[in-house]
Design a protein around this ligand. Structure first.
Ligand code: IMP
Length: 204
């Protein structure tokens, strides 16, 4: 299977732009379906993305991404509640939760579930880092002003140019795997443990 034009179901401009840039490196043109997806309550972003995709009744090659911020000190919170936490306590609230804390480790996770007809696959990406002590930078979106990636130079994602974030971000990592898979036209490995008919590829 070789596809060069696929769709992403999302209402988030930033996620779409970041994903589109990455897939363009693989000759894949990403179109957008502006939808509010259906989300289940689960801890695992792969299950959330796969469910949202499964209940999406469209007949084009399409993907759904689920992402979130997982803070070590709070056992992964906000994780699957990342959008809710942003809408309610926002970055100021997260900073308050960690006020005076030295343990500030966190990670972003991204899961991308893709379907083309009967073929489905899921890829994940991760970036580890720590929560800053104050908001810095106006680039990116969401938690970017408070997230300092380990692989960076101490700046938050909010202080980085889009290309710098794309070099190491959770989203870019997951989408690069999808880009490679699409470019190589790999055969599907079906039903790998998800019960969804989707196969998984979560290697780093
Ligand atoms: P979603 O459920 O995948 O749309 O993402 C959950 C929440 O995490 C959203 O409110 C996003 O703003 C936030 N989020 C996801 N990815 C990123 C990112 O790359 N940077 C900053 N915030 C993000």
């Amino acid at each position: 299977m070789r596809r060069t034009r696929i769709w992403m179901g999302t209402s988030n401009d930033h996620k779409y732009m970041e994903a589109r840039e990455v897939l363009a490196e693989y000759g894949v043109e990403l179109e957008r379906l502006d939808i509010d997806r259906v989300e289940i309550q689960a801890d695992d972003p792969e299950l959330i993305a796969e469910y949202s995709l499964r209940v999406l009744d469209v007949d084009v090659p399409i993907l759904i991404e689920d992402a979130g911020l997982y803070i070590d000190k709070y056992y992964g919170f906000p994780g699957p509640y990342s959008s809710y936490a942003l809408r309610t306590i926002d970055n100021e609230g997260i900073l308050k939760l960690l006020e005076g804390e030295t343990e500030r480790g966190a990670r972003y996770l991204s899961a991308v579930a893709f379907r083309d007809g009967d073929t489905g696959v899921t890829f994940t990406g991760e970036v580890t880092g720590r929560i800053a002590t104050e908001m810095r930078g106006t680039n990116g979106f969401g938690y970017d002003p408070i997230f300092i990636p380990d692989e960076g130079d101490g700046r938050t994602f909010g202080e980085m140019k889009p290309a710098e974030k794309a070099g190491i971000s959770h989203r870019a990592r997951a989408f690069r795997k999808l880009g490679e898979w699409l470019r190589e036209g790999q055969p599907t490995r079906r039903g790998a443990g998800t019960g969804t008919g989707l196969s998984r590829s979560s290697s780093p």
